[in-house]
Design a protein around this ligand. Structure first.
Ligand SMILES: [Zn+2]
Length: 89
């Protein structure tokens, strides 16, 4: 089975999302309901892995993406902290 290119996958996810942010529903190319900035949807990985399955991909606007990134970072930091705790035992 030939793997899709990122571009193909990305387009499929955007189509699945109806060209709207899957978190807040902001429409691609339209002013964002909160920030008023033109929405440019991006496709992100839900889990912090290289898993490119459609279930692990989501179309998000800039502000939802920023929140998602912050969440991911916190999760990573937490995981790193737990590993350090484990090493002390
Ligand atoms: Zn959004």
């Amino acid at each position: 089975m030939k793997a899709d290119t990122w571009e193909v996958r990305r387009n499929r996810i955007l189509r699945r999302a109806g060209y709207k942010c899957e978190e807040c529903g902001a429409k691609d190319g339209q002013p964002h309901p909160v920030t008023r900035l033109p929405v440019a949807l991006t496709v992100i990985h839900l889990q912090d892995t290289k898993d490119d399955q459609d279930e692990n991909l989501k179309a998000l606007c800039q502000s939802c993406r920023a929140q998602h990134t912050a969440r991911m970072r916190r999760k990573r930091e937490l995981a790193a902290g737990q590993m350090e705790l484990g090493a002390e035992e």
